[in-house]
Design a protein around this ligand. Sequence first.
Ligand code: HEM
Length: 637
Amino acid sequence: MVSAVTVFFLALPAYYIASSAIGLWRNIQIAKRSGLPYRVIPVYAFNPIWLLTGRKFGTWFVTAYPNLWISKYILLMVPEWAWRYGFEPFAEYGDVFMTVSPVNCHIYIADREVITQITARRDDFPKPAWMYRTVNMFGRNVVTTEGSEWKFHRKVTSPSFGEKNNALVFRETIRQGGMMLRKWTGESGNAGITIKDVLEDTMRLSLHVISGAGFGVKLQWPGVTEDGDLIRPLSKESTHRHTLSFKDALAGLLHNLLVVLVFPKWFLANAPFKWARKAAEASTEYQTYMNELFVEKRKQAMTGEKADGMDIMGALVKNSYGPETLSDEKQKQATTPNGDVERQALTDSEILGNAFVFLLAGHETSAGSLHYVLILLALHPDSQRHMQKDIDRIFGDRPVDEWDYNKDITAMQTSMLGAVMQEELRVVPPVVNIPKQVSDDSDQVVMYQGKQTVWPKGAVISLSALALQRNPKYWPSTGPSKVTGEDNDLADFVPERWFIKNNVNGEEAGIDASAAAAGKDTGRLFYPLKGSYIPFSDGPRSCLGKRFAQVEIMILLAMIFKNYSVELAVDEAADDEAVEKMDDKERIALYEQQRVTARSTMKNCSEIGITIRIKNGYVPIRLVPRGKERFIHLFEH
Ligand code: HEM
């Protein structure tokens, strides 16, 4: 006789297949009603079981058999498709299209007018709350809330990001950049050191900048200064004996965010696995540090003492502990019957929640951009040279300590420094797909190509930043691609594009060659049409740290390229002695081969999490004193 257990295990897949088929049929009907082009896929790209079991196979299959009919379907099931294929699927299906799976309808957008509607209608197209669960772990905050609750968080947190505080970001980046350069170029400053863990260092740098400029916690670099990674409490009153530095506690926590969210801390702390115990330690240490900082800031708020810097946490604490203290209970009472929250102050957990998201949002995005931009510049020697000429023009012989935010920033952002930064964010926007959803309350009408389309309630939306920023309707090309031979170069890193006179309205295009070849301040760079350039999103929920990040990236580029060039490291193909003996032709061939490898690593090893980053490989680089380059001078035109 067939046992009940056997029946159960036979019925389970049957039930799964039947419910998937019904779900798919229902979603196809919804897609038909919407009026949008759609593609049916058998499995949702973010289905957790698929992510664990099929993602790698899917990626391999579409790479190995790109022309098979089935690859078209599998392609849209690979979460990295947006990065690997850029604008291609949009060229085929349209600037807005839907994927329909058994689980849901997911709308991808690379149309600027539609994007402008979505970002402006905040209540109709909120953020999908389920995606942000991990980010809420220390308290509700400006990134994860919606409606009037978000408005209040935004109002309280925005003042720290005023123009006057950008000067602090400028100074702290110079301090931290100096320490990173010392690590990268050695004590003598002669460089010649191969840097494999570029991302680890740019992560440290951007974390130190947000800690220092944003929270007044000034951190040092281990191996560079005597008290690097010092382990000490952040409050004079704390007697806690820390086992990790602030940076290691935060980095350890961020690395294990999901684990810490899913398992209780006592369980992790007593687990037989070292990684689990480390995750618990990092989480406890981070929380202790933040509580210490909180105590210090509360003391300052109550005594009216003024802290240095942007003091993000200080501003939040002051709002709650300045004139009058409100407990969590009183805050809740401030909620109106219809759910709107009439707020006067943030609760303690919200202060800690906001502090956490600023540390999180403020470092991973900038670190990734710095990482990619260095590789892209190593791949594009001409652009590197153009940028160095502009750096010389702006800063002359002035030492770094004399660089000045108010005096230098405008020239920086209208020069190749600004163009390089903008172009990197165009070709590799850290948030490749900005997540939104159609409100759960009702379907929404959206105008697309002059027609009304009906977007089903609850549907997931991706503002496809990467594809949008390569859409030939909005972006000028400087000519055929020098990398792939395609008709346009919109998938390539070409900072000189930002000196093209505005041509997107059909006017004649033309590069301001003299400006692109450096030496001239153009007053402003190419000005993208509204909704066509969204690395920092757009509308009322756009990035609060946009200026912070821009200042950080530009100043760091200026510091590095003032005295150094960046080259791909070739150690794995030839050691220094072998390179020394090579003639120009051999060097060109070797570097060309490294360029191919670097491009392939970027394409195939980048993974999309909260942000995009090279995860399953690395591209080693070297800083070389200007004038002592081994390769890139051979590629100059
Ligand atoms: C290159 C660097 C950066 C990029 C590309 C970037 C990009 C973005 C994007 C696309 C969003 C919208 C996300 C969404 O709607 O889901 C966002 C939001 C946000 N970013 Fe950034 N960001 C960067 C740096 C920073 C920095 C340095 C900070 C703070 C120091 C920061 C703080 C925030 C905050 C608080 C929000 C939420 C705003 C709100 O919902 O009202 N970001 N960022």
